[in-house]
Design a protein around this ligand. Structure first.
Ligand SMILES: CC(C)(COP(=O)(O)OP(=O)(O)OC[C@H]1O[C@@H](n2cnc3c(N)ncnc32)[C@H](O)[C@@H]1OP(=O)(O)O)[C@@H](O)C(=O)NCCC(=O)NCCS
Length: 165
């Protein structure tokens, strides 16, 4: 397994993985209209560039020799004092359940710790089964929030934190 810090040449790979993973992950949770709206908002080349250069998100891609690129994580160190926020974590449907998500969280934790942060934080849809994955990784629900993302759509999220130090 190889981990690659994302450069501009990789942006299309991120878009591809997102477009393959989202419709499966959110089919029972969000309408097709909301999935398409959110994909358009978060996963254009322009938006990824903005996240990386202006919002200081770091993206790491995971790749294996046989299957190519399988997933990614994005995180932001010092989102708040001592807190790293995981903004995105997606593994291709056919590669889920093989320990890749766990390694991606461990990577974010390592880089967060290296910069002196002590907590990982993330938002997850309140109906997403990824909640159980996060709990397995040591996160706990510590709040919930509804975020208006325009066009009449809401993100209905839990906030989950993990203090790893
Ligand atoms: C959520 C996601 C990133 C997890 O990655 P993954 O590679 O499938 O998970 P892993 O194989 O690393 O699982 C790690 C551990 O969590 C457990 N786990 C994973 N998904 C689980 C679930 N739905 N319910 C209960 N446990 C789960 C695994 O059994 C494993 O436990 P173990 O350490 O005892 O073996 C991945 O499934 C995914 O991309 N899902 C769709 C997109 C999504 O919802 N992303 C999150 C948006 S907030």
């Amino acid at each position: 397994m190889e981990f690659i810090e994302v450069k501009e040449e990789h942006y299309p790979v991120i878009l591809q993985i997102a477009h393959k993973t989202w419709p499966v992950a959110f089919k029972d949770i969000l309408s097709t209209q909301q999935i398409n709206y959110m994909l358009e908002m978060m996963y254009s080349i322009k938006s990824i560039k903005n996240q990386i250069y202006n919002l200081h998100h770091k993206y790491v891609l995971v790749k294996d020799k046989k299957h190519g690129f399988l997933g990614y994580i994005s995180y932001e160190v010092d989102y708040k004092p001592l807190v790293t926020k995981i903004h995105k974590i997606y593994v291709l449907p056919e590669a889920q359940g093989r320990g890749i998500g766990k390694i991606l969280i461990e990577k974010a934790e390592f880089f967060a710790g290296e910069k002196g942060n002590i907590t990982l934080s993330l938002n997850v849809n309140r109906f997403n089964k990824a909640i159980q994955f996060y709990e397995r990784m040591g996160f706990r629900i510590c709040g919930s929030e509804d975020i208006d993302i325009g066009n009449g759509f809401l993100m209905e999220d839990y906030i989950m934190n993990k203090d790893f130090m």
